[in-house]
Design a protein around this ligand. Structure first.
Ligand SMILES: *[C@@H]1O[C@H](CO)[C@@H](O)[C@H](O)[C@H]1NC(C)=O
Ligand SMILES: *[C@@H]1O[C@H](CO)[C@@H](O)[C@H](O)[C@H]1NC(C)=O
Ligand SMILES: *[C@@H]1O[C@H](CO)[C@@H](O)[C@H](O)[C@H]1NC(C)=O
Ligand SMILES: *[C@@H]1O[C@H](CO)[C@@H](O)[C@H](O)[C@H]1NC(C)=O
Ligand SMILES: *[C@@H]1O[C@H](CO)[C@@H](O)[C@H](O)[C@H]1NC(C)=O
Ligand SMILES: *[C@@H]1O[C@H](CO)[C@@H](O)[C@H](O)[C@H]1NC(C)=O
Ligand SMILES: *[C@@H]1O[C@H](CO)[C@@H](O)[C@H](O)[C@H]1NC(C)=O
Ligand SMILES: *[C@@H]1O[C@H](CO)[C@@H](O)[C@H](O)[C@H]1NC(C)=O
Ligand SMILES: *[C@@H]1O[C@H](CO)[C@@H](O)[C@H](O)[C@H]1NC(C)=O
Ligand SMILES: [Ca+2]
Length: 625
């Protein structure tokens, strides 16, 4: 390795700091282009990065890794809206993948689509573009209501989003196009390569390009839920690969609350399904590795590889056999919430990392900071913190970041045949504490059950601590959860100061001082009246003393419109997929160009577009994620 590498990186860092310090005048600031690769359902804990060797070598090893990065909600739509708005799901109130909890129509009706990341980047002088999956329930029935803010938008449409060999997109609200004889990952790669080439041809304006493939998400179609379908050229990779037998894989003892406590151990066919899912996920990721390599080659050819900010992450994680569930997300445990996140770019030290916790809610302020938007132009409602200061590698300089708020409203289950079609008791609120030498996971379920783990001695989250065994720990964790479940802005960034306005408590260790026993014992317990599939303030009483659920600040209601008119889960049915593509589709070529990809493309017919009003997809497969 070149011994000069680190000092040069540090020099860039100094230059970046100087540039940032001039941000208010912004005359001399050179703003880097930004490429964000955002995958779907990609775990970190189960080793998904092992199947992305080029991304590791060319992005992660050249940049900075956030080792304790979490999604605050383990489901596509709420996680994506939280990221794009820079707010927790309890403040966007987009909490599920379909009405009434969430979805694209709720995002629009709330007015949140008028004030989110692409518009803020525009304010910073950026051109912003998006390719791939934006969020659930953007589909063939509302494609012409183009997502606001993007200078170019080419989005996947439901119900074709999860059928890898029938890719259907709408470009800027135009009539949907079906890319016959192509695999979705190749279509996204070719589209992204084409846009990148065009963007690089105009050096006068900095750009932000978000590329959001669906791999390694499961395939959902009219007959069921299946492992993802990789590109045909990858279907023989990793023969014999099986899901990792982590200590919490199909455990003999399952001391879990709610529906998880009731499911039996997986049988042989369910285990085989887990193994097939894991292998197919690894194969599906091969397409992502090629996609990113192609984009990096284009950047390198243009001489822009070093001065482009590249971010890599996934909307949330995934489990494959852990806690007896053959495949899925939606759980508070580390497999579903801990995600890959690394950045590479100008001023970012090479090959370094931090243990300081961070979440997807931090990405918007981090991107805005890097884009040089001056702070007085940032939206007032951001709940996260700017992570650019973590890039110098100092972990845990600030203990108030030890608290990660995780939440969920809605259904769960297994994303595959065989069991658990509809787990309705999956609404919960969670705190994960990642301290320098201690860690806990604390969850209150909608059944009012409590789940506590010491994640240092029990990293696989299997041996529950009864609250009665450690009452002062349990009441501190309840207290911090009571604070974060309705936090907004500063109280999300520094919940210990919200609990202790005097500033005497900065972390769990401080809070455990017996002088606070009485205070924590006096706080009400986080509870639910019932297991609802959406966020209802009345269902989630009581609140932190003094919190007024009807005040404009509560749940950031002042920054969005009511969605009361959203009504019932009116999800128009769809006709069948355009002529099914036989099994695994097209071999393709690694770097096939857009013209070749578009060779057999055609618009959807009127019949394909028309809604029957009672399509089978809606009824059979409510859990799109
Ligand atoms: C709420 O709706 C009104 C009228 O449609 C709109 O002008 C306003 O911008 C919206 N407010 C927010 C916060 O989105
Ligand atoms: C600073 O950037 C903003 C946003 O692009 C722009 O409106 C403004 O004119 C710039 N100011 C100067 C002094 O260039
Ligand atoms: C759904 O996908 C699976 C897995 O690829 C496939 O075997 C099945 O035939 C598909 N069903 C339909 C209706 O296309
Ligand atoms: C960065 O490193 C410097 C020097 O080691 C340290 O003083 C500072 O606190 C660090 N900043 C952050 C945000 O971690
Ligand atoms: C495993 O359980 C599922 C669901 O109950 C059942 O359909 C399947 O036949 C079982 N497989 C074996 C090998 O017992
Ligand atoms: C799943 O649960 C929801 C909420 O309890 C219920 O409305 C729905 O009918 C159930 N669906 C199936 C297929 O059982
Ligand atoms: C710690 O982080 C919080 C939230 O970002 C911030 O308000 C506080 O000033 C920081 N404290 C120190 C000592 O850096
Ligand atoms: C949970 O506890 C609260 C407060 O004790 C109670 O009002 C509520 O009915 C309980 N909910 C359930 C689902 O048992
Ligand atoms: C969130 O959305 C649900 C469903 O539309 C609604 O009933 C609830 O009042 C909303 N909650 C808040 C805090 O806005
Ligand atoms: Ca997802």
């Amino acid at each position: 390795m070149n011994p000069l590498t680190v000092p040069v990186a540090l020099l860039y860092f100094v230059l970046a700091c100087l540039a940032a310090s001039q941000a208010h005048g912004n005359t001399t600031v050179s703003r880097p282009n930004i490429l964000f690769i955002f995958t779907d359902d990609q775990d970190l804990e189960l080793g998904s990065l092992n199947y992305l060797p080029k991304i590791r070598e060319r992005v992660q090893d050249q940049g900075f890794t956030f080792n304790n990065h979490y999604a605050t909600v383990a489901l596509c739509c709420p996680s994506r809206v939280a990221l794009l708005r820079g707010q927790h799901a309890h403040n966007t109130n987009n909490t599920f993948v379909q009405a009434q909890g969430g979805g694209y129509d709720k995002f629009r009706l709330s007015g949140e689509d008028q004030d989110y990341l692409p518009q803020w980047l525009r304010k910073a002088g950026y051109r912003s573009e998006y390719i791939g999956k934006l969020m659930n329930q953007y589909g063939i029935y509302n494609y012409n209501i183009t997502p606001k803010g993007w200078d170019h938008f080419d989005g996947l449409l439901d119900p074709y989003t999860y059928t890898f060999n029938t890719p259907v997109f709408s470009q800027n609200g135009q009539r949907p196009i079906y890319y016959a004889n192509q695999h979705q990952t190749d279509v996204i790669r070719a589209k992204a390569a084409d846009r990148l080439t065009r963007l690089l041809a105009n050096p006068d304006q900095p750009w932000y390009l978000q590329v959001a493939p669906v791999a390694p998400h499961q395939q959902f179609n009219d007959s069921g839920r299946y492992p993802p379908v990789p590109l045909l050229r990858h279907e023989n990779l990793y023969p014999g690969l099986t899901a990792p037998r982590t200590p919490n894989f199909n455990p003999v003892v399952q001391d879990k609350p709610s529906w998880l406590g009731e499911i039996p151990q997986m049988n042989a066919s369910q285990i085989a399904f887990s193994d097939e899912t894991y292998r197919r996920r690894a194969q599906a990721l091969a397409g992502i590795d090629e996609m990113v390599s192609h984009l990096l080659d284009i950047l390198a050819q243009a001489g822009k590889l070093d001065d482009t900010l590249i971010l890599f992450s996934s909307d949330h994680g995934y489990h494959v056999g852990q806690h007896r569930v053959p495949a899925g997300k939606t759980l508070p445990y580390r497999e579903d919430t801990h995600v890959p996140f690394f950045v590479k770019g100008p001023g970012i030290p090479k090959g370094q990392s931090t243990l300081a916790p961070s979440t997807h809610v931090d990405l918007a302020p981090t991107i805005l900071s890097f884009a040089g938007l001056s702070k007085n132009e940032w939206p007032p409602f951001l709940d996260g913190r700017d992570l650019t200061s973590d890039w110098n590698g100092s972990a845990h300089t600030n203990a108030s970041t030890e608290v990660i708020n995780i939440e969920f409203w809605g259904l769960s289950g297994s994303e595959g045949a065989l069991i658990i079609s509809n787990a309705t008791r999956n609404t919960y609120k969670t705190i994960r504490i990642i301290g320098p030498d201690y860690g806990y996971l604390y969850t209150r379920w909608c059944t009012n059950e409590t789940e506590i783990y010491d994640t240092v001695i029990d990293p696989y989250e299997q041996n529950r601590i009864q609250p009665s065994a450690q009452p002062s720990l349990a009441n501190r964790l309840n207290g911090i959860l009571l604070a974060t479940k309705t936090c907004v802005q500063d109280s999300c960034r520094d919940p210990w100061s919200y609990l202790h306005p005097g500033g005497s408590v900065h972390n769990l260790k401080d809070a455990l001082d017996p002088i606070h026993d009485q205070y924590y014992a006096s706080l009400p317990q986080v509870s639910f009246k019932e297991c609802l599939l959406f966020q209802s303030p009345r269902n989630e009483e009581p609140f932190f003393p003094g919190f007024d659920p009807n005040a404009p600040y509560a749940f950031a209601q002042q920054y969005r419109n009511s969605t009361a008119l959203l009504g019932s889960p009116a999800y128009p049915g769809t006709n069948d997929a355009p002529e099914a593509i036989p099994e695994l589709g097209h071999f393709g070529a690694v770097y096939q160009g857009l013209a070749e990809i578009e060779k057999d493309a055609r618009v959807l017919t009127d019949e394909e577009l028309a809604s029957t009003g009672q399509g089978t997809r809606k009824r059979a497969w409510p859990l799109y994620g």
